[in-house]
Design a protein around this ligand. Sequence first.
Ligand SMILES: [Zn+2]
Length: 569
Amino acid sequence: MRLSKYLVPTLREDPAEAEIVSHRLMLRAGMIRRTAAGIYSYLPLGLRALRKVEGIVRTEMDRAGALEVFLPVLSPAELWRETGRWDVYGKELMRVRDRHDREFCLGPTHEEVITDLVRRDVRSWRQFPVNLYQIQTKFRDEIRPRFGLMRGREFGMKDAYSFDRDEAGAEESYRAMFAAYTRIFERCGLRFKAVEADSGQIGGSFSHEFMVLADTGEDAVVTCTACGYAANLEKAQVAAPGPAAANVALPFTRVATPAKRTVEEVTAFLGLGADRLVKTLLFDAGGEVIAVLVRGDHQVNETKLKNHLGGREVTPATPAQVEKATGAPVGFAGPVGLTGVTIHADRHVEALANFVVGGNQADTHLVDVCHGRDFAVAAWADLKSAEPGDPCPKCGMPLEIVRGIEVGHVFKLGTKYTQAMQATYLDEQGKEQVSIMGCYGIGTGRTVAASIEQNNDADGIVWPLPLAPFPVHLVTLSETDAAVRSEAQRLVADLEARGIEVLWDDREERPGVKFKDADLLGMPLRVVIGGKSLARGVGELRVRRTGEKSEAPLAALAETVARLLATLG
Ligand SMILES: [Zn+2]
């Protein structure tokens, strides 16, 4: 492809609308343009990268036995009403009416549509397992779309749905998809981690997220380098600390702490470390006010708390609720003498004795309090957010936190949709049974953006070879030199005959401009042919990622390029 005939409108300056690296570089490299808030058009170069991701996804899904379908963008409201999601999905669901006033939505996901398809055409146990996938445009009316392709309102996705006769089959389908996803992201040339995830709104018994690792990632991933444990921060467990400290036989004392409310204020005033204070936080758990105790230097993880409470919704109690439950203003809640409120406590509190708590009275704290002796804990659980250095739940070694971008998600859904929509089949005994579902998503545009977040430098994009729009960026200098042109044409023909795609910068631009654009566009290998190199009978090569330069005789140039690319892939 000749750059002079291609539409690659590169930008010299950073566009003001871009907040993150991938968004900025995709605009600067002329890959995408914003059409409306959260809605983007792909230009030819951007589309090539997207197609590379889609190609890998398609090959691996087919290899795993999934069958490609293509579902409509418009979903009728009736199907969404069958599962109740029409009413609970909220404003992110793009709703439309047709001329007959019938309601539809632009699909953000396709569980209803696919379940409807399967319940009509998969009726016998002999037809299982079924796994159907599509690569489709999805919609989600984000209130604040941002970060370019990362959080758009219209976005490309591969979504797959498995249907099985029983739990064992569903687990096998899940494992097959997990393995396929692992191959997909390996083949994309990305550094990633599969992490245990909270299954959130979609429900289901277990799920994993596939995270592309990048310092700029919006998600925190808790990992253990010793045993490989990985979970997202919402879900990450922490091993219980050592045995409980022995009580020092001191009775607690009441201490005046005038206007000292926060952990910092109280511990500074008392001259103690934050790990000697126990915070008492009140939550509204489905209408009941409960107390949660964590060490002063720890944070309550609301997702873990919610799961500990059997899935009840939890929100921090209002100041009015706090005052009613404790009889004291906010900032002085404590477990001693707290009546009518169930106390849940983090395991790290169990290891403490003689600590400081609020006194349930304005400007008062209690010092040398012990659990068991001074108050009762109804339930001990792992309730704190994991932090670097916390012991791994599997092996006890220190945990680390790295940043990641979620690009894929696998869920074991169970019968949530098949039950609600009566997707049944006849088993071997001719009895009607509900099938068991899994769902599996990959953000295709998001994967392109995430790969740029992971692979870039000050000069531009540094494509991993499998996703590069072109593996080779040929730069010719002195465009008017017929010998240069004919040598370039020969090289392009030779490379294309080997199946290697070439972006040829044949524009009449200064060398500096061409080299800058080559770095910005980030193809893995740059080849330069100019008057001077031609005189020496060589072409010049430069690896984008390492900056490593070499030369090769013109006669062996194509072969050298092919060999170099093989070492990059
Ligand atoms: Zn571990």
